[in-house]
Design a protein around this ligand. Structure first.
Ligand SMILES: [Zn+2]
Length: 418
């Protein structure tokens, strides 16, 4: 993920086919944000509209404080040349906050409308499931920390993006189920929106890490790619035609619960034979207890148990090695299924478990290729991105920015004005 977001821009670099239906104002703004700094004439060329239309629209966007002019050296010219005027998103306005709640620690970022991250915060958490009040309390504490660091008034925040693991109905904001919440069908977005007097957008964490790749990472110039996350559970996000695919109810792409075995191992969702039941932490721990010959009353944390299993596998313990190898084979089966269904250009494997390289060793990837239907196409590239937790919070900020931009500059603004 680039550190020069303020120079290189953020957001998808290529526009989807349906983006031409958005108001030109929004297209121009998003194009400038994606490129970071760009002259008017280039915007007109890229969007295939007349320079006169771009001039009219950019004047409006400058007047309303969304864009500003900057002097930028012409490419290939020495400093003596007269600098060209370029456009960029006005920094330091319309701040949003992105939060990722997890079972280890909570993370948050504060970003401005240009997508630049201005402050980050992390907070360890106590074990146990969270109530809605506790989520509000944690989010409030992170908000105060971020705003103090950035020197921004909390009251000036424009939107909050929030990521939680589990099943999230993005349209309604209902969290159907999350391993970190103490209730089902929780109307978390309404509760938080009332508490903070802010628009709140919730999505599952795998979608948000995918959005982070689409906005800030390898996915910026790709039209179709998958991000598979392996953390406590297994998740997936999929970008289809430059946009995050969410399904009819915002709950698609539950790769962790794709069945890979009829009447197979029991999954924490209550069903049998799910991928998670073979690849997730708790599946490895279940087998680790046997392989490491541990008493039933073993009280080490999941993390410590997995570390111990991993070091034994490295040291040549055949039982420990076979546990990772089997998990890797199930993962290859799932990746082959994803490829056969969706034909992505790239599959990004992300998450903390990527430290366990057995999960994506050469033989795992070879096995994936052997299960792909033979069509003559090349297998998708598989990349490992172990960005750490902050990228998930950055994805949550991207969700908030995407929605805020749509509200301020999109077709919904015109409809609201009618
Ligand atoms: Zn399941």
């Amino acid at each position: 993920m680039n550190d020069d977001a303020e120079l290189l821009g953020c957001g998808p670099l290529l526009q989807s086919a349906d983006s031409a239906q958005r108001p030109l104002r929004q297209q121009v703004f998003e194009h400038v944000r994606a490129l970071g700094r760009v002259p008017r004439v280039q915007v007109a060329k890229d969007l295939r509209v007349s320079p006169a239309s771009v001039t009219t629209i950019t004047s409006e966007l400058i007047e309303t404080g969304f864009l500003e002019e900057v002097q930028a050296p012409r490419p290939g010219e020495t400093s003596r040349g007269r600098p060209a005027v370029a456009l960029q998103v006005r920094p330091g306005v319309h701040h949003v906050m992105g939060v990722k709640l997890s079972d280890i620690h909570h993370t948050a970022v504060l970003a401005d409308l240009s997508g630049q991250v201005i402050a980050t915060a992390a907070m360890p958490r106590t074990p146990g499931q969270l109530s809605v009040d506790m989520v509000a309390e944690v989010t409030g504490a992170l908000m105060r920390q971020l705003c103090a660091e950035a020197g921004v008034e909390a009251a000036s925040l424009r939107a909050l993006g929030l990521g939680v693991p589990g099943f999230v109905d993005t349209d309604s904001g209902l969290v159907r189920w999350s391993p970190i919440l103490d209730m089902r069908d929780s109307d978390l977005s309404t509760a938080l929106a009332q508490h903070f007097d802010l628009p709140v957008h919730i999505d599952n964490d795998a979608n948000l890490v995918t959005l982070a790749e689409l906005w800030f990472g390898a996915g910026r110039s790709l039209s179709n790619f998958a991000v598979v996350t392996i953390e406590h559970g297994v998740g997936m996000g999929f970008v289809m035609n430059h946009r995050l695919y969410r399904g009819a109810h915002g709950m698609g792409m539950e790769l962790g619960h794709m069945k890979v075995h009829l009447d197979g191992a029991l999954c924490r969702c209550g069903q049998r034979g799910c991928l998670e039941a073979y690849v997730a932490d708790y599946a490895l721990v279940r087998e680790a207890r046997t392989a490491l010959n541990l008493p039933d009353l073993e009280t080490r944390s999941v993390r410590a148990l997995l570390e111990s299993l991993f070091s034994q596998a490295r040291a040549g313990n055949p039982a420990a090695h076979s546990i990772f190898r089997r998990a890797g084979r199930y993962l290859s089966l799932a990746l082959a299924n994803v490829t056969n269904l969706f034909d992505p250009q790239l599959i990004i494997l992300s998450g903390e478990r990527m430290r366990y390289d057995y999960l994506y060793a050469g033989d795992t990837l070879a096995e994936m290729k052997s299960m792909m239907i033979e069509t003559g196409r090349a297998a998708p590239k598989v990349e490992i991105h172990a960005w750490g937790d902050m990228v998930w919070a950055r994805g949550a900020a991207a969700l908030a920015l995407e929605t805020l931009t749509e509200q301020m500059l999109g077709a919904s603004r015109e409809m609201a004005a009618q």
